[in-house]
Design a protein around this ligand. Structure first.
Ligand code: DGT
Ligand code: CA
Ligand code: CA
Ligand code: ZN
Length: 571
């Protein structure tokens, strides 16, 4: 349990109390406590007596203590049990919060999506105070698309599930080795289903263990070569294909089922020229019918005179030429730094020292601490005063030879009116300045581009973070003319971010390729708000391999001296 999670629990308690219709003062106390916790600069572990913080009373302090000690809140559990299970998901319908869901529950007896739809169709909702005919119509519309399983799922929704599934497979008997295949191994932004290759001498045993996995909603196929099941994934299900192969066929099966189809087509063309045929069991010499197998994919590619091509890069076939030209450089991107992360100084869960220590453990030589700027009040953005304090603190930290260098930094808001959140003379004193948009997402393209232009051409701004603001499968992003943005970044000598959060992966692959061609440096950053998400950079580097970026095009691979030299450039 970290501070961000504790804040989340306090807010959820307030929402559930709202649904139950409890005393507004009591509800407000939980919201105030959440806010007070956010604004306090300590980590959860450092807070011994929560009541010492203004805004936290005895009742909310008890919840915080319990969270610290047990990792859970009995109050939250009780509240959740008192409310119908089908009611809580309704909170995710756009326009419905605790107050409105509470009204629907208490005044109309609505307990789930179905009863909500019935009431809306019967015209009962418009009769409630605070609702109207329009909100009733909106609700019917929202319910029609709500919770319908999309054709493809965002990779971020699938990753925690697949990682857990893989832990289970790792514990199976009779598994020699196994791997992800398909679009997940290629790290596409969205996936239709999951694919696994399992090497085994005992397919019936592995099949039985698969069929005993928890959460099987449906069995689609159960042969000794292929097992397909639908597994429960939160509100939806996801299909998983398992291919069971003998170990000698593992490499070719893995290559075949990793795809993409276009990549496979190109590889088969290569084979044909040599009088060979590729299939999932091996490579067949057409004349003799002899089958050749390989210990791993590297040997498979070497057979065709190719370097090992990263799975992420295997898409339209152009990767064959790219890898031939640049050897394996493209797949060897080594992170030396993370240049975007948050601490308890703004809305992060861990302290500056904790983040730095965790970054050092990841093998970084340097990082930038980039908390939010003053405009972002909800995230406890830094006043000029506190920013200066933090930077003083960082300079002291760097003198202690802690084994990692911290660059002073800021994630500065680009305000809705196009101004930047701090004056130039302050920015000129900061090592690494990030500019981001966190407000007025729905402005016109013209207005948004004006804002981005102001940031990119400001001589002190080094990086524009999550440049399009998209959330995969959820939000398209703001109206950005990306090619123009990339052109500007190239003219101004400003870097653009590849935000490694699997929900963002922003910029997306075609734009990364364009930025790289245009000579715009890319920064692959975690944007971590807690120690655990520092590891998100792995998804960012996978995404970079998909765009086949070279290490030199990525700011985070540069040694500190080279980065510092670049930071001195002035555009
Ligand atoms: P998805 O599931 O739509 O997110 O994308 P994939 O690539 O995982 O597609 P999937 O699960 O249908 O098949 C996995 C891989 O197996 C695919 O990338 C290439 C290979 N594969 C499947 N069917 C065919 C096919 O008909 N022809 C060829 N060449 N390859 C296939
Ligand atoms: Ca698939
Ligand atoms: Ca499949
Ligand atoms: Zn951030």
């Amino acid at each position: 349990m970290d501070k961000k999670q504790a804040i989340q629990v306090l807010e959820t308690i307030a929402t559930y109390m709202e649904i139950k219709g409890e005393n507004p003062f009591k509800i407000a106390a939980y919201r105030r406590a959440a806010q007070a916790l956010e604004q306090d600069g300590h980590t959860l572990a450092e807070i011994d007596d929560p009541t010492a913080i203004t805004g936290i009373g005895q009742a909310t302090a008890d919840v915080i203590q319990e969270l610290k000690e047990t990792g859970a809140s009995s109050l939250l559990n009780e509240l959740a049990q008192q409310l119908p299970a089908g009611l809580l998901p309704l909170l995710t319908i756009p326009g419905l919060g605790g107050k409105k869901v509470g009204k629907l529950y208490r005044e109309l007896g609505i307990t789930d999506a179905e009863s909500l739809l019935q009431a809306a169709k019967a015209g009962q909702i418009r009769a409630l105070a605070g609702f109207g005919k329009k909100s009733e119509d909106n609700m019917i519309e929202a319910l029609a698309v709500w919770n319908v399983r999309p054709e493809r799922l965002p990779v971020a929704d699938v990753l925690p599930f697949s990682e857990q599934l893989e832990q289970q497979i790792a514990g199976f008997d009779d598994v020699i080795r196994f791997s992800r295949a398909g679009s997940l191994r290629r790290m596409r932004e969205t996936v239709k289903d999951l694919d696994y290759i399992i090497a085994t001498d005992n397919p019936p045993s592995v099949k039985d263990q698969i069929l005993q996995l928890e959460g099987i909603a449906n069995i689609i196929a159960k042969g000794n070569g292929k097992v397909s099941v639908e597994l429960d994934l939160e509100e939806h299900t996801i299909s998983v294909d398992f291919r069971l192969v003998p170990d000698e066929a593992f490499a070719t099966a893995l290559h075949h089922f990793t795809g993409s189809k276009d990549h496979n087509v190109r590889m088969r063309q290569l084979a044909k020229k040599r009088g060979e045929k590729i299939n999932e069991y091996g490579i067949e010499t057409v004349e003799t019918g002899a089958i050749q197998t390989f210990p791993d994919e590297r040997a498979f590619f070497a057979h065709f005179g190719l370097p090992y091509i990263s799975p992420e890069a295997r898409e339209d076939g152009s990767e064959l030429e790219r890898y031939r030209e640049t050897a394996e450089e493209v797949s060897f991107i080594d992170a030396k730094a993370d240049l975007h992360m948050h601490t308890t100084w703004s809305d992060g869960a861990h302290s500056l020292e904790e983040m730095a220590e965790a970054a050092k453990k990841r093998g970084y030589t340097h990082i930038a601490i980039t908390d939010h700027s003053r405009f972002l009040k909800v995230a406890n953005g830094l006043s000029i005063e506190r920013l200066k304090q933090q930077h003083e603190y960082i300079r002291e930290y760097n003198q202690q030879n802690n084994g990692i260098t911290i660059l002073t930094g800021i994630e500065m808001d680009i305000l809705p009116n196009g101004e930047l959140d701090y004056p130039d003379e302050l920015l000129s004193e900061i090592d690494f300045v990030i500019a981001s948009i966190h407000s007025a997402f729905s402005q016109s393209e013209e207005k948004l581009m004006e804002r981005l232009q102001a940031a990119i051409f400001n001589p002190h701004v080094d990086l524009v973070a999550h440049p399009t603001g998209r959330l995969i499968g959820k939000r398209k992003g703001y109206a950005v003319d990306v090619p123009t943005l990339i052109q500007w970044a190239s003219e101004a000598g400003c870097a653009l971010e590849l935000n490694a959060s699997p929900r963002r992966l922003d910029l997306e692959v075609p734009w990364l390729k364009l930025a790289a061609e245009t000579g715009v440096p890319i920064a692959i950053n975690s944007d971590a708000h807690r120690i655990g998400t520092l590891a998100n950079v792995e998804y960012g580097y996978a995404h970079a391999r998909k765009a086949m970026l070279l290490p030199d095009q990525v700011l985070n691979t540069w040694p500190l001296e080279k980065l510092q030299q670049w930071l001195k450039r002035k555009h």
